[in-house]
Design a protein around this ligand. Structure first.
Ligand code: COA
Length: 170
């Protein structure tokens, strides 16, 4: 298995923001943006693993600024770190005013994907190699996020064991 440069996992998507995708504040609906994020992140994960992938977790999505109907939305994603079969993907979302050219970081997100085989079992992936300052920062800071993710998964499992499965009216 050959290590790949982070740039080789890069995916980019640019769209107009049209009224059907906005909320009553005339800004891009959060659920729509989350769907864009999951979609582009899975492309980066597949570009790296060259296998089917599943979303193991959406670790964080931070909405930093609204994206308005007179702007375009640009998403960039890449694999920033890999475990044995898991891949951390970072997504950067920019809003661009197409008249003035002003660009704003509108959101950032980290997701984890797992490479799987046709039976849905996890399979190993290669490492990624950072080159730019931003890639090196994301790669070096990944270890802390991995630890936080492990703690959160444990807490989620404990919660899932505790909550009931009854119908709400029972
Ligand atoms: C993700 C999934 C394949 C992991 O299965 P599993 O039995 O825990 O598999 P493993 O124990 O072999 O773990 C595989 C990797 O997933 C990682 N992982 C599992 N759950 C995770 C989570 N919630 N967050 C981050 N990573 C996770 C493990 O750390 C491990 O990483 P590594 O190989 O780099 O060490 C399984 O939980 C699954 O299929 N979930 C549903 C996925 C899905 O349907 N996604 C779409 C949602 S709409």
């Amino acid at each position: 298995m050959k290590d790949t440069y982070i740039r080789e996992t890069l995916a980019v998507k640019v769209s107009h923001v049209f009224p059907p995708d906005t909320n009553n504040h005339h800004t891009l609906f959060g659920g729509k943006l989350m769907s864009y994020i999951d979609d582009i992140a899975s492309i980066s994960a597949m570009r790296h693993s060259r296998s089917p992938v599943v979303t193991a977790s959406t670790d964080s999505v931070d909405f930093l600024a609204p994206i308005r109907t007179d702007e375009s939305v640009c998403l960039e994603s890449c694999v920033t770190w890999t475990g044995t079969s898991s891949m951390e993907v970072f997504v950067k979302v920019l809003a661009e005013n197409l008249i003035t050219g002003q660009r704003t970081i509108a959101a950032t997100a980290f997701l984890t994907f797992v490479a799987v085989n046709d039976e849905g079992r996890s399979v190993p992936v290669a490492n990624v190699i950072p080159e730019t300052e931003e890639e090196k920062y994301l790669h070096e800071t990944a270890k802390d996020r991995v630890e936080a993710r492990k703690r959160r998964k444990q807490a989620s499992q404990e919660l899932a064991n505790f909550i009931h499965k009854n119908k709400p009216w029972e």
